[in-house]
Design a protein around this ligand. Structure first.
Ligand code: NAD
Length: 503
């Protein structure tokens, strides 16, 4: 079966969100919106139309310097040291995010091309939840007293590291920033954040809301700009004590070099993935529900998701039926204008993404794989970068489409005969971010989830866990810490031992 025409949102499609007002485009440094010192700006584009949305301050190394100095001064002032001050301000910030949720949702929808429904029902509520959850945790974390020798008292405490640099991608603009900023601020740090150049708008508005919530000047700085200039300046700055980075594995390596060549700042890396979704042979009666879940895992956010379930590994006895159902699930996904409430999938972020995705699918087709649905750019008349949900079957583990992170709405289907082989294919990757396993057999569930090398293994339903569970990767998907959970608080602290000699 070949389906090539997924539904697309045409003229007259349902309700659309209002066009946004872009209120903030300058850098936010030391509590004020300012131009880049160079006076330079860069355009941020709407991926759904290819048109420029706004000119944004292009922060250079000198602006990162100003922000780091403001962060250090705010930290040293002690204004952010009080747990109750932090808790109250971050709780108010969560409230303000909810009050301004529609505006923030529209900003991410236009700037990153994300469906407005996802932004309104998932992303922005998650941002509010993150700030509230970490605010509530602030006065519930205690230090320890050591069981040390007689005549002494050892106190073990956690202290904020100081100024934390945050460099994030565009795929969940507000959420990615908040994943880092909420625990870093809650732990008592000041931050210098660099949003992705493709989608910087919501970060600037969040900084403004933080100030309105009572976060003191200099505690929350945002410097928009490009990776190799602004991002690098964050990585190398001597006043920045730690960096939390989410993005590609290649740039993650660069942050380790920046740290090595500057002040040996602590680096936390959340990187790419090529997550397997394993369907065992006992799932024959559940294939329709599984296909829907697999489609959500592979095509959510147009596949621009670090945990995208981009490799389906299925028992050969179920392979043809599952592929067929997955192709139908993919074909039902409605691709279109991100501001249309009926849209389930928006465009890719930029023309280079469209070219990359097309190239991988074309190469796979030329190497014996079969494109079962999708496989051609759509809605080109809009000027946007739309590519439909694409299912590629007859994929062998050696093909680039099965190995590389494509970061687009493309899923490869690979077959296996035995559990051993499923584990081997799943682990035949340099990544280890996430995996999903489908089985009713509890022994298989335990055995396979133990053996798959990934930071999160979801059993019987794709998931990254929730705010209570730590999230991060094994192997080249990252190291140094975790997003989410109380574990995220710890990565923004240093351990301190205070030793009292009793006389
Ligand atoms: P990217 O690595 O190109 O960019 C991420 C950030 O790094 C951006 O802010 C960018 O400006 C900056 N940057 C780029 N080059 C830089 C350089 N030389 N020095 C300093 N900073 C630089 O990644 P992307 O294309 O924006 O995002 C996609 C990647 O992010 C994928 O690999 C995806 O898997 C990964 N990601 C991982 C997670 C996770 O939690 N593990 C979550 C989302 C995305």
């Amino acid at each position: 079966m070949t389906l090539n025409t997924p539904p697309v949102a045409g003229p007259g499609a349902v309700r659309t969100a209002p066009e946004p007002t872009v209120r903030r485009t300058q850098a936010f440094i030391g509590g004020a919106f300012v131009d880049a010192q160079s006076g330079r700006t860069f355009p941020t584009f709407a991926p759904a139309t290819g048109r420029a949305l706004a000119e944004v301050a292009d922060g250079g190394a000198e602006d990162v310097d100003r922000a780091a100095a403001a962060g250090r001064a705010a930290f040293d002032s002690g204004l952010w040291a009080s747990p109750s001050v932090r808790r109250d301000a971050l709780m108010r910030l969560a409230d303000l995010v909810e009050i301004h949720a529609s505006e923030l949702a529209v900003l991410d929808a236009i700037d990153a091309g994300k469906p407005i429904t996802d932004c309104e029902t998932q992303d922005i509520p998650e941002v509010a939840h993150l700030f509230r959850w970490y605010a509530e945790a602030i006065d519930k974390v205690f230090g320890k007293v050591s069981p040390s020798v007689d005549g002494a008292l050892g106190v073990i405490s956690r202290e904020p590291v100081g100024v934390v640099g945050i460099v994030v991608p565009w795929n969940y603009p507000a959420v990615m920033l908040s994943f880092k900023a909420a625990p870093a601020l809650a732990a008592g740090n000041c931050v210098v954040a660099k949003p992705a150049e493709q989608a910087p708008l919501s970060a600037l508005r969040l900084a403004e809301l933080a100030a309105e919530a009572g976060v003191p000047s200099g505690v929350f700085n945002v410097v928009p700009g490009n990776g190799p200039t602004t991002g690098r300046a964050v990585g190398e700055h001597p006043l920045i004590d730690a960096v939390a980075f989410t993005g590609s594995t290649e740039v993650g390596r660069a942050f380790l070099r920046y740290s090595a060549d500057s002040n040996l700042k602590n680096v936390v890396l959340e990187l790419g993935g090529k997550s397997p979704q394993i369907v065992m042979s006992d799932m024959k009666d559940d294939l329709e529900a599984i296909a829907a879940d697999l489609a959500g895992a592979a095509f959510g956010n147009a596949g621009q998701n670090c945990t995208a379930g981009s490799r389906v590994l299925v028992a050969n006895s179920l392979r043809e039926e599952l592929t067929e159902r997955l192709a139908h699930a993919a074909a039902r996904i409605r691709v279109g204008d991100p501001l249309d409430y009926a849209t389930q999938m928006g465009p890719l972020i930029e023309p280079a993404s469209l070219a990359r995705v097309s190239r991988y699918v074309g190469e796979a087709a030329g190497s014996g794989a079969t494109v079962r649905v999708g496989g051609q750019a759509v809605l080109e008349e809009t000027g946007g970068y739309f590519y439909p949900p694409t299912v590629v079957a007859d994929v062998t583990p050696d093909l680039p489409i099965a190995r590389d992170e494509i970061f687009g709405p493309v899923v490869s289907v690979l077959g296996f005969d035995a559990e051993e082989q499923a584990v081997a294919i799943a682990n035949d990757s340099s990544y280890g971010l996430a995996a999903t396993l489908w089985t009713h057999d509890v022994d298989v569930a335990i055995r396979v989830s133990r053996r798959v090398r990934a930071g999160t293994v979801a059993v019987n339903g794709y998931s990254e866990g929730d705010i209570t569970t730590p999230f991060g990767g094994h192997r080249m998907s990252g190291f140094g810490g975790r997003d989410s959970g109380v574990e995220a608080l710890e990565q923004y602290t240093e351990l301190k031992t205070t030793w009292f000699t009793l006389r």
